[in-house]
Ligand binder design. Structure first.
Ligand code: KG4
Ligand code: ZN
Length: 349
């Protein structure tokens, strides 16, 4: 059995977690997530402020994670830290801290890919969310459709050509005068819309056409910038945005989700998978999981969505991905660096 301290500082969450176990049998002993509120004032993440906030909070956050787990630092076998992709200054805080802790505790150092962490996150809550499965990772910075044959054996099927799904939610929220980050505000507004309001606006599902075939470059890809422009026109054309905002939010969300569901269903069918695993901040959206289930239930496909703490950035996922690589023998040196972009290990296609 291995005990791992996970650290995640790639964006605007300072997080530490303790996880123990072996193979797919793991227990999350603690998870601490400190969200940086400062960025709300600016309507987006300010990298320099993120780094400074990580610096202030990383030590108490890690101490709390160890205390919650009731585990002394000396019992840690490995420190798993997100080394990319993300904001380099923010990542460097976690990487430097991780090195120091690993050295001080006499533990191994394991650098982890942030998006591979998201692939593992849902399995911490749903033990059946293990390979083989189709993964849809949707966050503020990424939109990835991946076939997961086994842990460490990934095939990239598609992604966004422009805005990430969460970014589209945030931009549309801004157009509707909602706070940042806007995803959950759009979800709430959309849920409040009545049938009439929901029908008043209708946007086409981006990049979904019946004549697309496997092998076409747009078969699995998505695109949200056109949808965002359509929302902009609807907002400008409205003489009463307070009245229309609910309907616009609903129509936007329906179109975006419709596109994601269609592309995911194509991936499921192509690789004959029986499980779909959602991850990333947009996986908090209940309408997304509901639409995915509605579409795939009848073909006997299970859809797993993580709880919000595991959907958004967190160190439990870094610890879990770190455990996998630790067990495969990965040991990083104190020369481990932070990278703004980084290929997912084990990815083909
Ligand atoms: O994974 P995450 O916490 O951070 C990134 O790595 O980006 O994702 C944050 C994104 C934001 O764009 C936020 O608006 C979106 O997730 N989000 C949602 C919901 N909750 C968070 N989008 C739609 N519906 C939600 N309920
Ligand atoms: Zn993320």
């Amino acid at each position: 059995m291995t005990t791992i301290l996970g650290i995640e500082t790639s964006c605007d969450e300072t997080s530490a977690a303790v996880l123990s176990g072996s193979g797919d049998v793991v227990r999350l002993d603690s998870l601490v997530i400190l969200s940086q509120d400062v960025h709300r004032v600016f309507g987006g993440v300010v990298p320099e402020l993120a780094s400074r906030a990580h610096l202030t909070s990383i030590v108490p956050v890690a101490e709390r994670a160890l205390a919650d787990a009731g585990i002394p630092l000396g019992s840690i076998d490995a420190v798993a830290v997100t080394s990319g992709p993300g904001l380099v200054g923010a990542l460097l805080v976690g990487v430097s801290f991780g090195k120091a802790v690993a050295m001080g505790a006499g533990a191994a150092l394991v650098g982890v890919h942030h998006m591979e962490g998201h692939l593992f996150a849902t399995s911490l809550e749903h033990p059946d969310a293990v390979p083989p499965f189709t993964a849809l990772l949707v966050s503020g910075g990424h939109t990835l459709l991946i076939d997961v044959e086994a842990w460490g054996a990934y095939r990239m099927l598609g992604g966004t050509r422009d805005d990430a799904a969460g970014e589209a939610f945030d931009k549309v929220a801004k157009l509707l005068g909602l706070p940042y980050p806007g995803g959950r505000h759009i979800e709430r507004l959309a849920a409040e819309s009545n049938l009439e309001e929901a029908r008043k606006f209708r946007f086409t599902k981006p990049m979904v056409r019946g004549d697309q075939q496997l092998g076409d470059p747009d078969y699995f890809d998505v695109s949200f910038s056109g949808l965002k422009t359509a929302v902009l026109h609807a907002v400008r054309g409205s003489d009463n945005l307070e009245r229309d905002a609910r309907g616009i939010a609903r129509a936007f969300q329906d179109a975006l989700i419709g596109s994601l569901v269609e592309k995911t269903a194509r991936a499921v069918q192509t690789y004959d998978r029986k499980r779909v695993v959602l991850g990333g901040g947009v996986a908090c959206n209940r309408a997304l999981a509901a639409a995915m289930r509605e579409r795939l239930d009848s073909s006997g496909v299970s859809v797993y969505a993580p709880m919000p703490r595991l959907a958004t950035d967190n160190a439990a996922m870094s610890a879990r991905a770190g455990l996998f690589h630790f067990e495969r023998g990965q040991r990083d040196s104190l020369g481990l660096n932070a990278f703004a972009s980084l290929p997912i290990p084990g990815m083909v296609g």
